[in-house]
Write a protein that binds this ligand. Structure first.
Ligand code: 5AD
Ligand code: SF4
Length: 514
């Protein structure tokens, strides 16, 4: 095979924002070694699928891709095929057995090893594996400190040209929650928190490269808590540490009177807001509805650059089902939380996730979910049919007894209710001026451009519709030049669909005008 400087890599990412960030970091690392990137699988020397295990459907897509790659490998035996991410961690050995065309398997905790794995695969033509396995849940501060994955975040290279104004920054990895249906605690291991200094440093570097929106990432982002007194230092630098158990959050101040210096999530938000004012939008996902203290809401209320947007999955509206899901809160407690949010941040937009068809879900349980959704007025919800996952408590303990047809019907019904609520919220925006961070050409304009490339449409027919988001994460489309990508512009909203607002730009900002 050609040296790395001439190898082309194709990466396809499935699943959550955490996976998108992982792919970006892996790509950055490979780019630094001279690899080039392509969006054409047919010419790639290395194909990497960064996978998701949360639902069977996500895994099925990857099975399809890997199956297809067999033919590519037959044509080009030197091609390196890698399956990385959660599915690799969950199912690594079985995947290798089933698909001899796979050269490389790498879990989400070992992504810093990808360049070595590729090199070894090329050299030895033997399948390469890097998985955390049982180590994933060892819970000592030192284990976290010794993990090399931090290097991947730290080595992030940001050039002023390879972003559209927006970037993700990881603050915690893994999850300690063990909701009964979820594979994440198994695939991503225990909660590990990065030190505030490292996070601040990364945010500063992104801001220096022109990033104006940072989204802090964590599976349960509000559980962020860094205990400086317990931190392990290497060369004077505080290393990542394993997160505390739930007890840490029963203390309203989240400080447990240890006498040691603690940085809570509220402290971290305040720190980033004050220290990096060039970041004009600070966001975070995903929050866990319990343990979301008023301290966080208070910091948000007095920090204009923290977006009024919370993604806080409720998952269900029935207490019986929430208990079976091991969510540790009741529907009443969730509503109380939403009321607290509205008190502190009257203009906040909320979004949720729901699972329909969880084992034992009755019509009455489902009706409770519908009520909760209406009551909380989410601007949007991601609605999923329950998918039993190997290795989870739910698959062993509860029979998947809601028929597929019922899951489907409940899914459609809940979507219809959400769509109605979304339309009401969108209608309230009509006539208002909103600030939009421009992300790029709208999907419609992108489609038209592809038609031109294929010779099916004429250049002058291409629409110049742009797409962006408000601070509350509402999607806005309007006409404008692509030079505005990465900038925040004022837009007057003229009409609304459930998930999209349409408007007109009010004035061209000085930097973009002539
Ligand atoms: N089946 C269906 N949906 C699931 N989710 C997580 N695990 C499952 C599962 N086994 C959903 C939850 C979570 C989102 C990322 O995916 O709603 O918030
Ligand atoms: Fe999965 Fe629950 Fe952790 Fe979210 S909080 S990642 S649903 S275990």
């Amino acid at each position: 095979m050609s040296p790395s400087s001439q190898r082309h890599v194709f990466v396809e990412t499935f699943g959550c924002q955490m996976n998108k960030l992982d792919s970006e970091l892996v790509a950055g690392q490979l780019r630094g070694l001279g690899y080039r990137f392509t969006d054409r699988r047919e010419i790639a020397d290395v194909i990497l699928y960064n996978t998701c295990s949360v639902r069977q459907q996500a895994e099925d897509k990857v099975h399809g891709r890997v199956g297809d790659a067999k033919a590519l490998k037959r044509e080009r035996p030197n091609l390196v095929l890698g399956v990385i991410g959660c599915m690799a961690e969950r199912d690594g050995a079985a995947l290798l057995e089933k698909y001899p065309q796979i050269d490389l398997i790498c879990g989400p905790g070992e992504l810093d090893k990808i360049p070595v794995l590729i090199d070894n695969a090329v050299r030895t033509r033997q399948p390469q594996t890097a998985l955390q396995g049982h180590q994933a849940r060892r819970s000592s501060t030192l284990a976290a400190a010794a993990d090399n994955l931090e290097m991947l975040d730290l080595s992030r290279s940001v050039s002023p040209t390879d972003h559209n104004g927006s970037a993700y920054v990881r603050i915690t990895r893994g999850c300690n929650k063990f909701c009964s249906y979820c594979v994440v605690p198994f695939t991503r291991g225990p909660e590990v928190h990065r030190s505030p200094d490292q996070i601040l440093d990364e945010c500063r570097r992104l801001a220096d490269a022109g990033v104006i929106e940072v989204t802090l990432l964590g599976q349960t982002v509000n559980h962020y808590r860094f205990d400086h007194g317990a931190a392990v230092r290497l060369a004077g630098v505080e290393q990542p540490q394993v997160g505390p158990g739930g007890a840490a959050f029963r203390d309203p101040d989240h400080r447990l009177n240890t006498g040691r210096r603690i940085t809570t999530f509220a402290d971290l938000l305040h720190l980033l807001h004050e220290q990096v004012p060039q970041i004009r939008r600070l966001r975070f996902v995903t929050s866990y509805p319990r343990d979301f203290g008023d301290d966080i809401l208070q910091v948000m209320a007095r920090s204009p650059r923290i977006c009024r947007y919370l993604h806080v999955p409720a998952q269900h509206g029935s207490d019986v089902v929430l208990r079976r899901m091991n969510r540790d809160y009741t529907a009443g407690a969730y509503i109380e939380f939403v009321d607290r949010v509205r008190d502190h941040l009257p203009d906040a937009m909320l979004a949720s996730d729901f699972i329909v068809g969880f084992p034992g879900e009755t019509d009455a349980d489902f009706a409770a979910t519908c009520d909760l959704l209406r009551r909380c007025r989410f601007k949007n919800s991601f609605i999923f049919k329950y998918s039993p996952r190997p290795g989870t408590v739910a698959i062993d303990k509860f029979e998947d007894d809601v028929p597929e047809s019922v899951k489907k019907r409940r899914n459609v019904e809940l979507l219809a209710i959400q769509s109605q609520v979304s339309q009401e919220i969108a209608d309230e925006q009509v006539g208002r001026r909103v600030e939009v961070l421009v992300e790029g050409a709208s999907p419609h304009a992108r489609k038209q451009r592809r038609q031109v490339e294929l010779g099916w449409d004429r250049e002058e027919e291409v629409d110049s519709q742009l797409s962006g988001r408000t601070g509350g994460d509402l999607i806005v489309m309007f006409q404008g030049s692509e030079e505005l990508v990465g900038q925040i512009v004022p837009v007057r909203i003229q009409s609304a669909q459930p998930l999209t607002l349409f408007g007109e730009m009010i004035a061209v900002p000085a930097t973009a005008g002539g």
